[in-house]
Ligand binder design. Structure first.
Ligand code: SAH
Length: 253
């Protein structure tokens, strides 16, 4: 079996690269080129400043098909709605700990996640990266190690490095789908989001959450549940518990 055949066995349709609010069309084109050289195909653009653009096409250097098929969304929420695994990229390690992966382990997670569902790797704005609220949507964060004396990595260059890691991970991945017992599918980002809204509502109703300062607690809870990789059945249990609390509260009031 050749190397490229092995990679073809990984469903590139299930791995999407998301650029959040890119301001330079050149970076969009260079991203398409970077992805295509590594066998990736799904590009999603969240509110690009200038798109479509001749500069993007020129920098894509022949990866125009990828640009033409790129999906444009209004929000990150929309871009990753159907994904069971979402990983955010960042140049900086944040203060309150998101679990940080190396590029290699990130790529391995994406390849193994893509066997069961859709996965996303999310890149931030050229100047300011991803916001904390956007990172709340991510199960993990990945940071490419760079020289701390000159740590500024161009957006499309970061995409190139990560796409290469994904390709390496795909080549190294075991093809053992048949031997594994099928586990329940993981909850999608949309289901997680609905759960978080329900949870916040219940925490307010039982006055555990202070309506004046809800964000910090909710952020810690996002991180806790994102880390848990909740599956479909577990999600039904969690939603059931929340609904039972609400029924009880109503009965007693
Ligand atoms: N000052 C911004 C830099 C943004 S660079 C920040 O601190 O986040 C634009 C994007 O390129 C980032 O949002 C990220 O997606 C990617 N990027 C740049 N350097 C990176 C690195 N060392 N590791 C992972 N992604 C990086």
């Amino acid at each position: 079996m050749t190397t490229s055949n092995r990679f073809d066995q990984i469903d590139a349709e299930r791995i999407r690269i998301v650029l959040v609010c890119p301001s330079h069309p050149g970076n969009i084109g260079a991203t398409a080129r970077a992805m295509k050289t590594m066998g990736l195909a799904q590009l999603v653009l969240v509110s690009p400043k200038e798109y479509p653009s001749a500069e993007a096409v020129s920098r894509a250097a022949g990866a125009d098909d990828l640009l033409a098929n790129a999906r444009v969304c209004d929000s990150l929420e929309d871009a990753v709605k159907s994904c069971q695994l979402v990983i955010g990229t960042s140049a900086r390690a944040r203060r309150i700990g998101w679990p940080v992966l190396t590029p290699k382990s990130c790529a391995q997670q994406l390849i193994s996640g893509a066997k069961d569902g859709e996965v996303a790797l999310v890149f931030g704005r050229e100047r300011t990266g991803l916001t904390n609220a956007e990172l709340d949507r991510c199960h993990y964060m990945v940071s490419i190690p760079v020289d701390p004396m000159f740590s500024s990595l161009n957006l499309a260059a970061a995409v190139q490095i990560m796409s290469y890691e994904i390709r390496l991970a795909a080549q190294g991945a075991e093809v053992d789908d048949n031997s594994q017992e099928k586990a329940a599918r993981l909850a999608t980002q949309e289901e997680m989001q609905n759960f978080y809204e329900h949870l916040e509502q219940v925490l307010l109703e039982i006055e555990f959450l202070n309506a004046d300062h809800p964000r910090k607690l909710m952020r810690r809870l996002y991180r806790l549940f994102n880390r848990a990789h909740v599956d479909e059945r577990e999600m039904n249990i969690l939603r059931g518990i929340l609904t039972a609390i609400q029924h009880l509260k109503k009965k007693n009031s």
